[in-house]
Write a protein that binds this ligand. Structure first.
Ligand code: CA
Length: 653
């Protein structure tokens, strides 16, 4: 071969490498949502547009690992696209039959030291999900990710609806962080976080008139750490933050250890010009896979819970019988026995209690302390959920006596060993027919699909706070009109109870009052999504509530075929439609202190006769508006007029 032939061949090869575009785009099936990735020697970025609107400005990608920095000097080796069209079924979330269509772009890079990394983007009509994938090379079969470059830069006009991460080892018996802090609505982008630790997922942003963006993550279990967002940085935006060193009393690293090959969790960005895609998104479930098949038929339902109002003293045999009887009278499937049943009631009598419950068609769920060595929470049983042998023995006992669920409380944070503990509890529980609720815990990240016996998590400043203080009782309207747009939009939420007592006390007349109307509370049982829902009926409610309220509460569905956003604004009001085997039900909450009048499209269609539950205007001198039930009819366009009283609600079915 002569030199004349070699030179042109070399030039052609160089040309082909140079032509591998350093900028690539991937668009949604409808073409409106576009991700643009730009790889430069000093860093790799992505940006997100929706139609004409900039939703995310160029923001960094990549991770920092022990073997290399996977965020700079990356060489693009290959890229490919494919379309994804999947249907799947989900038992425990906002919809049952889900159709996921997306375009996927996989870009394959080599780091400066030659280690491979893929970045995978999936873009559906209103959701972007992306993750990093790593593979073994030259005998290197594990790596440790110590941090991420991954960032989210929002346009300057953005305001935030986000919840701060707490510091570690604070709060009740040093149990924080537990995702129980306060959301601030419409806050400035540059505001510092309350505890200097950034913000927990999910994070909702309003881009002025351009629309809404919700950022979260999904698919996290024992293979990675739970992440959150940093404080806002004027050049980088928000960046992915790893657990705090102090979590779990300082035990365990903040980094993620990964076998190779494997992937990070998905980071998700839901966008819309309205709040509809935010409320209806299923991206947390779309991009994950079940980790195992259900070993049992897990049943949805409602539960009673003595602890919420009767508190610690109620964990005795007789009071539990009273709450089992309430569940039976209401036709509810479950009764949750809270902490210290092992010492207050004892294991032998728990067996009798479970038999009594089953005789009434009610199954017990039992409380456990997750501890461990990560906090000082003294409630028992302890050391039954943190190690496999004790846990499996305990679960076998529960299965033998007919217990159907557990609530495990007081976890240690988001380090990898804690994420592994959640996974292990869920996996073991499936072998013993137990459904699982977590409290004092992290945000569940896709777990409804990954773990078929997962019910829901607290990870919210929940109803116990309505009991604890007048301040939080006053916040209930804000809280429950905030979560449909954020916390409960990405995962099931165990708010822990529609509360029908007007005073937060056993006698229903002492301590502080409830500030919401009865209709608000009933509607909240529909707005709050959790496949086993707490309806905190008290024994006295069987006689002191109007019959039509009790009748409604007996029929509350908890499993949804479909969810539709109708109207609302985070922290002010919300109107949702959910469909169950009983048909459509529309639930509306007003979290403000002013009446709100609306004329809204109903999913039942035009000229349909409907039953409406709402509140009459507050009478002078009255503390609560009178709740009422009436019939009405949708108009020729399918619309219905509703007036939501201050901290009131409406239900249409
Ligand atoms: Ca809690």
């Amino acid at each position: 071969m002569s030199k004349q032939f070699i030179l042109p061949a070399a030039l052609i090869m160089m040309g082909s490498i140079a032509m591998k575009a350093q900028q690539q785009t991937v668009a949604s099936p409808d073409g409106k949502l576009v991700v643009t990735v730009n790889n430069q020697p000093d860093g790799i970025t992505y940006s997100v547009t929706y139609g004409e609107h900039d939703m995310l400005l160029p923001s960094a990608l990549g991770v920092v690992a022990n073997n290399d920095d996977f965020g700079k000097a990356l060489t693009l080796k290959d890229s490919k696209t494919r379309t994804i069209d999947q249907t799947y079924q989900l038992r425990q979330a906002k919809a049952t039959d889900i159709h996921y269509q997306a375009n996927e772009l996989t870009m394959s890079f080599a780091s400066a030291k030659g280690f491979p990394m893929d970045i995978v983007f999936r873009v559906s009509n209103n959701d972007v999900a992306f993750r990093y994938q790593f593979a073994p090379k030259d005998g290197v079969a594990c790596m440790t990710v110590t941090g991420e470059h991954t960032a989210f830069r929002l346009p300057a006009q953005t305001t935030t609806f986000i919840c701060p991460q707490s510091g570690p080892m604070g709060g009740w018996m040093r149990t924080k962080p537990s995702y129980e802090e306060e959301y601030k609505p419409d806050a400035p982008l540059v505001a510092a976080s309350a505890y200097g630790q950034g913000y927990t997922f999910p994070c909702l942003f309003r881009l002025g008139d351009d629309g809404w963006v919700m950022v979260s993550e999904t698919g996290t279990h024992g293979q990675y750490v739970g992440c959150h967002l940093s404080d806002y940085d004027s050049t980088k935006g928000y960046t992915i933050a790893f657990p705090m060193e102090g979590e779990s009393n300082g035990f365990g690293g903040t980094m993620a250890g990964m076998p190779l090959p494997s992937s990070t969790p998905w980071r998700t960005i839901t966008v819309g010009t309205s709040l509809k895609p935010i409320v209806e998104t299923t991206v947390a479930y779309d991009v994950v896979e079940p980790l195992y098949a259900p070993n049992y038929d897990y049943l949805p339902g409602r539960y009673t819970w003595s602890w919420l109002v009767w508190q610690d003293n109620s964990i005795n045999y007789d009071d539990q019988v009273a709450f089992i009887d309430v569940a039976a009278a209401m036709g509810y499937e479950y009764c949750l026995v809270d902490a210290c049943w092992d010492t207050n009631i004892g294991r032998e009598r728990m067996e009798r209690l479970s038999q009594y419950a089953q005789g009434k068609g009610v199954a017990l769920m039992l409380w456990y302390n997750s501890n461990g060595a990560w906090n000082d929470a003294p409630q028992t049983p302890v050391h039954r959920m943190d190690k496999s042998a004790a846990r499996r023995a305990e679960m076998a006992w529960m299965q033998r006596i007919g217990v159907k669920g557990i609530k495990v409380d007081f976890f240690g944070g988001d380090k990898q060993h804690t994420m592994q503990l959640y996974e292990d509890i869920l996996t073991d529980a499936n072998e013993f027919g137990l459904q699982v609720i977590f409290h004092g815990c992290t945000l569940p990240r896709g777990w409804e699909r990954m773990f078929p016996n997962f019910v829901g998590s607290e990870a919210v400043l929940a109803s116990e706070n309505v009991y604890f203080s007048d301040y939080h009782a006053r916040q209930e309207g804000f809280q429950l009109t905030m979560h449909p747009f954020c916390r409960n939009a990405v995962a099931s939420m165990d708010w822990g109870g529609t509360i029908m007592n007007r005073y937060l006390s056993k006698d229903n007349q002492s301590r502080h009052r409830r500030f919401t109307s009865d209709t608000f509370e009933m509607a909240a049982s529909i707005v709050n999504q959790c496949v086993i829902q707490c309806i905190a009926m008290q024994p006295n409610n069987l006689t002191d509530l109007p019959q039509f309220e009790k009748d409604f509460l007996k029929t509350v569905p908890t499993q949804w075929q479909e969810t539709r956003f109708i109207d609302g604004y985070p922290g002010r009001y919300v109107v949702l439609a959910r469909k169950s085997t009983q048909g459509w039900i529309v639930a509306a909450l007003n979290g403000t202190d002013k009446p709100i009048s609306l004329e809204l499209p109903m999913p039942m269609g035009a000229r349909q006769s409907v039953t409406v539950y709402d509140d009459a205007a507050l009478k002078k001198g009255a503390l609560w508006p009178e709740s009422r039930m009436r019939t009405d009819k949708t108009d020729k366009n399918g619309n219905l007029k509703l007036t939501l009283q201050p901290c009131g609600g409406a239900i249409v079915k």
